[in-house]
Design a protein around this ligand. Structure first.
Ligand SMILES: Nc1ncnc2c1ncn2[C@@H]1O[C@H](COP(=O)(O)OP(=O)(O)OP(=O)(O)O)[C@@H](O)[C@H]1O
Ligand SMILES: [Mg+2]
Length: 463
């Protein structure tokens, strides 16, 4: 008689998953057991060590996506599909949610519970997930700070960091959205410098800063005589970015007729200089960014939907700072070390200064935070920044601070009846008044490009 081969990982009858958990715990890994509906029915104590005390207790009975996010375990995702199809998945990165305030990058291995194991264990057990901390989490974050000046702690930003890292072999077009000052350019530069084209140039074009005809020749170049003033041939930004990345900032400001040309560049990867019929290849990776609501712009006929879909092959949305307060202290400390370093000073934040920073709504996002710290460092005479050193609107600790600026300043239609009480109008008029109607200075103060300001003034009927 042939004796059946002993399974390598036998779980003795009656002992359930206990011994298995102990083995994984000894290896610093957490074992999670799921039922057929992907609900967590068991999790070993190591999960508390990885994700924080109390996590095990809080996740029992919950769907696994509450712990690792819907991206990996959502109803249509490949990890769920792989498991239902009986396949094992190894080394999948995930951001573990550790309560509301933090997150941790981990590596997951998931498999179906083998039949001979399930016969002896909790009959509900269907899938196993082994979690280990991604050992390079710290070094990944360190390198993001060191190479790109990118500081992140919130789950949302960790996801973005992770995405940037996983795109390092990709040439895909990326559309970065987010309010002004959230770090769109930082992310664009990080994408470039961690990409295969990092040795090539990073060429940024502010599409909102130039009138349409200048923008066209800026992007595509022109030949001598193409228009009045074109006294010699000129290379455009697409050519300059060859072998590297072209960053189309404020892409929502591109006028419609140029959007058609840009669409063609994206589709056919070629273009012509203005005034020339020769076709040239486009050999740059495209990253675009906008603080506008492009959906709204499409609805209003100001942005082509086909271009939108071509641009957002990989969409990255950076949430405003007020939605990721966990990042505030870290960015502030990093920035303080930076500013202090320039002046040879080691600076600290007093507890109430930190509290005020954490509760301010930051309508100008990270840029506003940086400016506030510059201001505070300039005022502070000692080593510790006191609350009195902060700009007045921040000192209030959030109370009475100006409301956050809408995410899409340039796309909201303004009805005539609303104009008198429109906060944006009031904000623009106030900014203009404070600089004696110097549009350049007002644009700077409002953190808008001059042409965007001009358009908003026109749309809002500001003379
Ligand atoms: N996560 C971050 N860590 C550290 N610094 C950051 C971070 N995000 C943004 N910053 C800093 O904040 C400032 C604004 O960032 P950036 O210019 O990338 O924003 P933006 O979204 O492009 O703004 P705008 O829409 O106004 O162009 C920069 O000085 C940048 O270095
Ligand atoms: Mg920018």
């Amino acid at each position: 008689m042939v004796t059946p081969a002993t399974p390598a990982l036998d779980v003795s009858e009656g002992l359930g998953f206990g011994p298995l958990e102990t083995v994984f715990e000894a290896l610093g890994r957490a074992l999670i057991v799921l039922d057929a509906e992907f609900r967590i029915i068991r999790a070993s104590h190591t999960l508390d060590e990885i994700a924080g005390k109390g996590i095990v207790e809080s996740v029992i009975g919950k769907p696994i996506e509450e712990l690792v996010g819907a991206k990996l375990f959502g109803p249509t995702d490949t990890l769920r599909e792989a498991l239902t199809g009986g396949r094992r998945e190894e080394g999948r990165r995930a951001v573990l949610r550790c309560g509301a305030m933090s997150a941790r990058l981990v590596s997951l291995t998931a498999a179906v519970v083998p039949l001979h194991v399930s016969n002896h264990c909790d009959p509900r057990a269907r899938y196993l997930v082994v979690v280990r901390p991604a050992e390079d989490e710290d070094s990944l974050l360190q390198s993001m700070i060191a190479s790109h000046g990118l500081v992140a702690r919130s789950p949302a930003m960790l996801k973005i960091v992770h995405l940037v890292e996983s795109l390092h072999r990709s040439n895909a077009t990326v559309l970065i959205t987010g309010e002004s000052g959230t770090g769109k350019e930082v992310i664009a530069r990080a994408l470039h410098s961690s990409s295969l084209q990092s040795s090539g140039p990073f060429v940024a074009v502010n599409c909102g800063a130039l009138p349409a005809d200048l923008l066209e020749s800026e992007l595509f170049g022109h030949v001598k005589g193409a228009f009045t003033g074109a006294v010699r041939d000129r290379i455009g930004r697409f050519e300059l970015a060859r072998g590297g990345t072209i960053f189309l900032d404020e892409v929502g400001d591109i006028p419609l007729h140029l959007q058609v040309k840009l669409l063609r560049v994206l589709q056919e990867r070629q273009f012509e200089r203005v005034g020339e019929s020769r076709t040239r290849p486009m050999e740059a990776r495209i990253i675009a960014a906008t603080n506008q609501d492009l959906h709204g712009a499409i609805q209003m006929g100001r942005f082509r939907d086909d271009l939108y879909y071509r641009l957002r092959v990989v969409p990255i949305h950076i949430p405003p700072l007020r939605e990721r307060p966990e990042d505030i202290a870290l960015i502030a400390q990093h920035q303080l070390a930076h500013i202090g370093g320039r002046a040879g000073r080691a600076l600290l934040l007093s507890p109430d200064t930190l509290e005020a920073l954490k509760t301010h709504p930051w309508p100008g996002n990270v840029r506003e935070l940086e400016n506030a710290l510059e201001y505070a460092v300039a005022l502070c005479t000692g080593q510790t920044i006191q609350i009195e050193d902060l700009p007045e609107e921040i000192r209030a600790g959030g109370a009475g601070a100006e409301p956050p600026r809408p995410a899409a300043p340039a796309s909201a239609p303004v009805r005539a009846a609303d104009a008198a009480v429109d906060p944006e109008r009031a904000q623009i008029v106030e900014a203009l008044e404070s600089v004696h109607w110097n549009r350049q200075k007002a644009a700077e103060a409002l953190r808008l490009s001059r042409s965007t300001l001009w358009r908003r003034m026109r749309d809002l009927g500001i003379e």
